[in-house]
Design a protein around this ligand. Structure first.
Ligand code: GLU
Length: 427
């Protein structure tokens, strides 16, 4: 059980509520930083929250109404920044937590943004392309006064992609009566997207994993990697990491897992999934129980799917040396304590997956300048930022005798608190 004093005590019942999880880390970091009560109140709550109800005319002629949110947690260091997810289980609490994580993430990597997040409660798998487009455009129209290059800049997240970003950009631009590329990031290249953005989150994970290996005296060639999630983050990390010698021994998806102790051929697995619709039944690997695969012994485990997959009920069974959180919030606060006892080197989400928003920042800069960089420059600048941020977090943890997650939060909270202090409280 958690020993620190929390404004929201964590129990087995609420440990999977993302807002409780975010609050627990926030409280501990704020306490250690000795932030005063007023500042805690400012940083803890979201600055603005918008709920919209979105009517959509479905293909069969019926009208359905979907509920969506856009939350701006902080605007202290710049415009809000963060993705939009389309999923049946989206809740306001989850969007709030994710928005606050974006604030801390942008502050950890020191890019000039606050944090925001959006979500629409829907199942994109049962919507046609035309319905999805209508939903996206109407959601955009409903939040149009809330977003903008100087206000709040959305991006892809769970179940949204560059096509959805193109619709948002177009809808916003139609209302503005001119093309506004910098209103969203993660766009197609032809519409002001950045080179290197699709790979950025996976590449960022690889960069910080290489740094962690170095600290632990390990080599990529001797490192077995287990990845949960074969989407944009997990799939890219798998591809990039196997190309430099890591052995990706297991890939886990929602419908099964595939294992090969000698390392999976990621390109072939990608092809297999494209042909069959699933990673299971892959000729060059064995199918495995997806609920057991996360407990394989390995050097690196990358949960790159959803929240709360490592919790008080299973943390004891995790057998990796390095845990790199590709997803947002994959570990609950109760699990943190177990992982610490097991001496697992955790690269927390707000650092590990910050490569995505870092290249989103580059995209926003390029759009505003109308001057585009080559891929080498994007990757080089990403590497500089991820490396510096990793070093800063690890050094902070060492100097303050805290774990990497709390160090990342402390670093971030301190930066945002400083910005608020310097700006003062407007009355
Ligand atoms: N959705 C991604 C994240 O959680 C990217 C956000 C962005 O690029 O603004 O970090």
């Amino acid at each position: 059980m958690a020993t620190h004093t929390l404004s929201v005590p964590i129990s087995l019942e609420n440990e999977k509520n993302p807002w409780v999880a975010a609050a627990a880390r926030f409280d501990e970091a704020a306490m250690r930083l000795k932030l005063d009560d007023g500042m805690r109140k400012v940083l803890r709550s979201a600055a603005k929250e918008l709920t919209v109800h979105i009517p959509v005319l479905l293909d069969d002629g019926r009208i359905e109404v979907f509920t969506g949110y856009r939350v701006q947690h902080s605007l202290a260091r710049g415009p809000a920044k963060g993705g939009i997810r389309f999923a049946p289980d989206v809740t306001l609490d989850e969007v709030r937590a994710l928005a606050s994580w974006m604030t801390w993430k942008c502050a950890v990597v020191n890019i000039p943004f606050g944090g925001g997040k959006g979500g629409v409660i829907c199942d994109p798998n049962v919507l046609s392309d035309a319905e999805l487009e209508k939903l996206t455009r109407r959601y955009t129209a409903e939040i149009i006064d809330f977003i903008g290059p100087e206000r709040d800049v959305p991006a892809p997240d769970v179940n949204t992609n560059e096509k959805v970003m193109a619709w948002i950009m177009d809808t916003y631009s139609m209302h503005a009566r001119h093309t506004v590329t910098a209103v969203v990031t993660g766009k197609p290249m032809a519409l002001g997207g950045s080179r290197g953005r699709p790979e950025a989150t996976g590449r960022g994970c690889m960069i910080v994993i290489l740094k962690a290996l170095e600290l632990l005296g390990l080599k990529p060639q001797d490192s077995r990697v287990v990845i949960q999630g074969f989407g944009n983050v997990g799939g890219m990390a798998a591809k990039l990491m196997s190309a430099i010698g890591f052995k990706i021994v297991c890939m886990i998806e929602y419908d099964g897992a595939v294992y090969n102790p000698n390392g999976l051929d990621i390109a072939a697995l990608q092809k297999h999934r494209k042909q069959t619709g699933s990673i299971t039944g892959f000729a060059d690997g064995e199918d495995m129980d997806k609920d057991e695969a996360m407990f394989l012994e390995c050097e690196v485990l990358i949960p790159a799917a959803t929240e709360n997959v490592i919790h008080s009920g299973n943390a004891e069974r995790i057998r990796c040396k390095i845990l790199c959180e590709g997803a947002n919030g994959p570990t609950t606060p109760l699990a943190d304590e177990v992982l610490a006892d097991k001496k697992i080197f955790v690269i927390p989400d707000i650092l590990a997956n910050a490569g995505g928003v870092t290249v989103s920042y580059f995209e926003w800069v390029q759009d505003r300048q109308g001057f585009f960089w080559n891929e080498q420059l994007v990757n080089q600048r990403l590497e500089e930022i991820m490396t510096e941020s990793f070093d800063a977090v690890v050094e902070y943890a060492r100097a303050h005798h805290v774990n990497n997650r709390i160090a990342a939060y402390m670093l971030a909270l301190d930066r945002v608190a400083q910005a608020i202090k310097l700006r003062g409280i407007y009355a």
